[in-house]
Design a protein around this ligand. Structure first.
Ligand SMILES: *[C@@H]1O[C@H](CO)[C@@H](O)[C@H](O)[C@H]1NC(C)=O
Ligand SMILES: *[C@@H]1O[C@H](CO)[C@@H](O)[C@H](O)[C@H]1NC(C)=O
Length: 256
């Protein structure tokens, strides 16, 4: 078998968030998220298979960044779970749904980069992290005491443009306990302050930012709260996204 199951990481934060549980061959099974798809899903295999066969078929299809594996309930022959799998083409993925009841169908998302416990540098290359249909997951914790603000920037590879900024503010420039979403392309700031209800950041507590790249823009979810940011159509997502920078907090896991 060309596949070696790689068991890595465990990204539990709390029950409400889309925490992944098991990683094998660069796909991670997410227990409580599913992707919304603008079209009906395409079958990935001509007949049945296990999740490794599905991962392989997905990797070989340039439009496939994730798949849904539905195991047959009565098929545990020597620990191989057989079932069917289907996928949503990357361009037709429209968002994430957080589900509270674990369903029979499993969502497996492809990952190709992973940074655990990043070193003290706060400016990290993340090539390909925001290509179409990909999910970027950032896990961090609010420092004690709270800083004035925390910043997460997704930088263009030109190192000047900020394609996306997520910044919780506790008290900065007159703004108290608000989540700011902004961008700075061509020296022009576009800044949005979200309502007080979208501020899920508690001192000393973990939080998780999920950024899904869709054709309609970046879908950003913070602990299940969703917000959307349209990106500039001149930005070439695959080639132009260069770096993640964070300030005033520690990040302990990034995957994409
Ligand atoms: C699916 O993606 C294709 C390719 O980008 C696009 O032409 C088509 O309109 C999309 N379909 C829907 C229903 O979003
Ligand atoms: C930035 O400005 C230059 C010169 O005005 C223009 O050619 C370019 O299209 C702009 N880029 C974006 C992303 O707006």
């Amino acid at each position: 078998m060309a596949f070696r199951a790689v068991l890595l990481l465990i990204c539990h934060i709390n029950q409400q968030v889309g925490s992944c549980i098991l990683i094998s061959s660069k796909f991670a099974k997410f227990e409580n998220i599913e992707l919304s798809c603008g079209v009906s899903q395409y079958p990935l295999l001509p007949s049945v298979g296990d999740h490794l066969t599905c991962s392989k078929a997905c990797k070989e299809n340039p439009d496939c960044t994730s798949f849904v594996f539905t195991p047959f309930t009565s098929s545990t022959i020597s620990n191989v779970r057989l079932g069917t799998c289907s996928f949503c083409p990357a361009y037709n993925i429209t968002g994430l749904n957080y589900i509270s009841i674990i369903s029979q169908a499993e969502t497996w998302l492809g990952f190709f980069g992973r940074i655990l416990h990043p070193p003290s540098i706060t400016y990290l290359p993340i090539p390909g992290a925001l290509s179409m249909g990909r999910l970027l997951v950032i896990k961090s914790r609010v420092p004690i005491p709270e800083p004035e603000r925390i910043i997460f920037d997704i930088f263009h590879s030109n190192k000047k443009d900020i394609v996306y900024r997520v910044s919780p503010r506790w008290s900065y420039k007159g703004v108290k306990e608000r989540l700011m979403i902004s961008s700075n392309v061509n020296k022009t700031w576009d800044v949005k302050s979200l309502s007080a209800s979208k501020f899920p950041f508690l001192k000393g507590e973990d939080f998780e930012i999920n950024i899904l790249t869709t054709q309609q823009g970046f879908m950003v979810y913070i602990d299940g709260n969703s917000m959307r940011k349209l990106y500039d159509k001149t930005i070439h997502l695959t080639k132009d996204i260069g770096f993640l920078r964070f300030e005033y907090t520690d990040v302990y896991m990034i995957s994409y």
